[in-house]
Ligand binder design. Structure first.
Ligand code: UD1
Length: 356
């Protein structure tokens, strides 16, 4: 009997990882989830499946979801990784794990470098040791050097680096490390997916984004205003040179984004070396437009206040997603209204996230 080949998913209990696991299982691909649960709600006991993975079992048919193995641990823990690679046949790694709060990374840069960069180095070294040389890496639009209006839409050829915070630097450095590795050893293939602004939730309303503490990002914040966990939304600046003065971003539905990963997996064996793709819609939407659209999904006006700009924010960011369309055969299909509807479905059913 041929041993089953698994995709190892680091950070699989997180927002993007969990939605990608649904897509993998739906395609009959067995997954091993590694997550130390520092940024996600865990089970009551260590060996209990965390709520997000239990809910995945309610979305995906049992014959598919039984092909998910959960291991509580850190993706940078060589001992745990060695055990996994010895016990299971791993064909590739989807590397979602890592800290991601911009403000926190400015206060605690070494924690970010140690976890994101140090952890990724360990993971790559263990992969090397076990002859696993295929990776899909969770990168971010934040690796692009601060874009001005003349740089839009951002293509993969736009300059990267000169990052504005340690979190962004870790994504940039990991990409460079992976590029060097692919140059040095032609057996490696890395697809780096540069996410624009992933939002929304699974249409079932069972899984979604559940940030710990005060949300840093727009949509989870608005969603918490809607369930009255926050009094109002602060809009960071209405004097940008944009259509209505508020910041413009390229929001992409989380299920579209998750499908971008299975599309990348489909071509991983045909690709050589390091390749990066933008995952976005190519359409820019302002903060006021998002607020209006989400208010429509909720069915009432949501309170907001205009405030000063947030330091480090740029006026407008959106991508050119045509390379992913051409080479991954992937396109975002869902609208901003779909994103708002599905986010509201999750948030209204789970006002306190997975702890609800
Ligand atoms: C932010 C991070 C980026 C990270 C991404 C993850 C910063 C400077 N950038 O991107 O590094 O990769 O999240 O998804 O933090 N806004 C408000 N009020 C809020 C929150 C946000 O008006 O309470 C505005 C922002 O000014 C911006 C837009 O909403 O114009 C989107 O903000 P956000 O969701 O934080 O995403 P980014 O800033 O694009």
């Amino acid at each position: 009997m041929v041993a089953e080949e698994y995709v190892l998913v680091t950070g699989g209990a997180g927002f993007i990882g969990s939605h990608t696991i649904v897509e993998l299982l739906e395609k009959d691909i067995p997954v091993i989830v590694v997550d130390n649960m520092t940024n996600a709600v865990g089970g009551k006991e260590d060996d209990e499946l965390p709520p997000v993975l239990q809910r995945i079992k309610s979305i995906v048919p049992p014959e598919k979801s039984q092909r998910m193995v959960f291991i509580k641990g850190s993706y940078g823990d060589e001992e745990i990784l060695a055990k996994i690679f010895t016990k299971y046949k791993v064909s590739s790694v989807m590397h979602f794990g890592g800290f991601k709060a911009v403000g926190e990374s400015k206060k605690l840069p070494m924690m970010y470098y140690s976890n994101n960069l140090g952890g990724s180095m360990k993971l790559i070294q263990v992969m090397q040791k076990h002859g696993v040389t295929k990776m899909i890496f969770s990168s971010s639009a934040t690796v692009y050097s601060e874009p001005g209006p003349e740089d839009l839409p951002l293509t993969e050829k736009c300059p990267t680096g000169n990052c504005t915070c340690p979190y962004a630097s870790t994504k940039y450095f990991i990409e460079n490390m992976l590029k060097d590795l692919c140059h040095a050893d032609p057996s490696w293939t890395v697809i780096s997916l540069r996410y624009f602004n992933p939002v929304g939730a699974h249409p079932s309303g069972s899984i979604g984004e559940d940030p710990k503490g005060i949300p840093n990002n727009l949509m989870p914040y608005i969603a918490q205003v809607a369930v009255k966990r926050r009094s109002h939304l602060d809009i960071f600046g209405n004097d940008y040179p944009t259509k209505d003065g508020t910041g413009v971003r390229d929001y992409v539905h989380i299920v579209d984004l998750a499908k971008g990963h299975t599309a990348a997996l489909d071509v991983l064996d045909q690709k050589k070396g390091f390749v990066a793709y933008n995952l976005g819609t190519g359409v820019g939407t302002s903060v006021l437009e998002m607020l209006k659209c989400f208010s429509e999904a909720v069915g009432r006006e949501l309170p907001f206040k205009m405030c000063d700009r947030r330091p480090g924010d740029v006026a407008e960011v959106y991508c050119d997603p045509s390379l992913a369309a051409k080479e991954l055969n992937w396109r975002a299909t869902k609208t901003v209204a779909d994103m708002c509807r599905d986010l509201w479905s999750f948030q209204s059913k789970n006002p306190n996230g997975y702890a609800s």
